[in-house]
Design a protein around this ligand. Structure first.
Ligand code: AMP
Ligand code: FE
Ligand code: FE
Ligand code: ZN
Length: 296
């Protein structure tokens, strides 16, 4: 059984529609797919309809931009009620921060004599609920300034590069609580992946586990073999679920093909147990994992 719990569609910064993502997962031999667009459930309905047509087991989720002790942390939230008021209000703030950052990035690029406009970015982010640097990168590709997203990040958009701009992110501890109150479960995405440091460390993860964190994403392209070993041991020590996933973005990210990392079926079963408990604790009745009876 092949389980890939972290992927993106055009509802955020992937390059496939939610339907295309579902069909690509079926073609890649994936049995269980998590759709986890940035900060939005916008792709859920279309992905669910496609999953129902194909029989693919679908876990609806999102990857929420949070801050913890001054650092950015991506938090995967599986199956929260997307209409929960406090969740909606936090995500609105994140999405507002994303939108208001676009003019700042455009102004910085223009000051570098690059003739880019907000409209260029809007054309690139047209299908997305969560405007982001990848869309600025796509606009730069269209303008012929760079060859691909990678070059755009390396030259202009990464932290420390001249067109980088900060934006709002939700406090991590708050978001772990809010997702639980919305009947969902949380898993930290690529915890050691983005800065190459072993942070949050085991003590910090223990505190987050006590707050309700359900798991950590261990197998991810941004983690080398040593990080994976250490994170797997930490997950075991703390009773956290250890997931693995591709972080697929369609053609938007090289070396992140569907199924390039997968989640062990036993770990997925443990995650489902946490998902059931979270839904019961919040007394949700909405349908949860789609086609859960399939491929077990
Ligand atoms: P943002 O959401 O605007 O903060 O931009 C971060 C997103 O950009 C991440 O979710 C990644 O998917 C994407 N990203 C970061 N670095 C690169 C890169 N070098 N090439 C392509 N996409 C990237
Ligand atoms: Fe992304
Ligand atoms: Fe991420
Ligand atoms: Zn991601």
């Amino acid at each position: 059984m092949r389980i890939d719990l972290h992927t993106h569609s055009r509802a955020s910064d992937g390059t496939q529609s939610p339907e295309e993502l579902v069909h690509a997962a079926v073609a890649a031999g994936i049995d269980v797919l998590g759709i986890t667009d940035h900060d939005s459930a916008e792709g859920w309905a279309a992905a669910s309809a496609a999953a129902e047509r194909t029989g693919l087991q679908l876990v609806r989720g999102m990857e929420i931009s949070t801050r913890h002790d001054g650092h950015g942390v991506h938090l995967l939230a599986y199956l929260p009620d997307p209409t929960h008021p406090e969740l909606v209000s936090e995500l609105d703030q994140v999405l507002e921060g994303r939108s208001s950052r676009v003019p700042a990035m455009v102004a910085r690029l223009r000051s570098l004599d690059i003739d880019i406009t907000e409209d260029d970015v809007r054309r690139a982010s047209g299908h997305s609920a969560a405007a982001g640097r990848p869309h600025v990168a796509d606009a730069l590709v269209t303008l012929g300034v760079v060859a691909d997203r990678d070059e755009a990040f390396a030259r202009f958009l990464d932290r420390g590069r001249p067109a980088h701009a900060n934006r709002y992110a939700s406090p991590l501890r708050t978001m772990i609580r809010v997702v639980a109150e919305a009947g969902g479960v949380t898993v930290i995405a690529h915890p050691w992946g983005r800065h190459g440091q072993e942070r949050p460390d085991e003590a910090a993860l223990a505190e987050l586990a006590a707050l309700g964190l359900a798991g950590i994403e261990v197998d991810h392209q941004d983690h080398g073999p040593r990080s994976r070993d250490k994170l797997r041991a930490i997950a075991r020590n703390l009773g956290l679920v250890a997931t693995g996933s591709s972080d697929h973005h369609g053609a938007g990210k090289v070396d992140h093909e569907l199924g390039c990392n997968t989640t062990d079926p036993e770990q997925y079963a443990a995650l489902l147990t946490r998902i059931d408990a979270a839904a019961a604790a919040s007394s949700r009745t909405a349908p949860l994992v789609i086609n859960r009876e399939n491929n077990l």
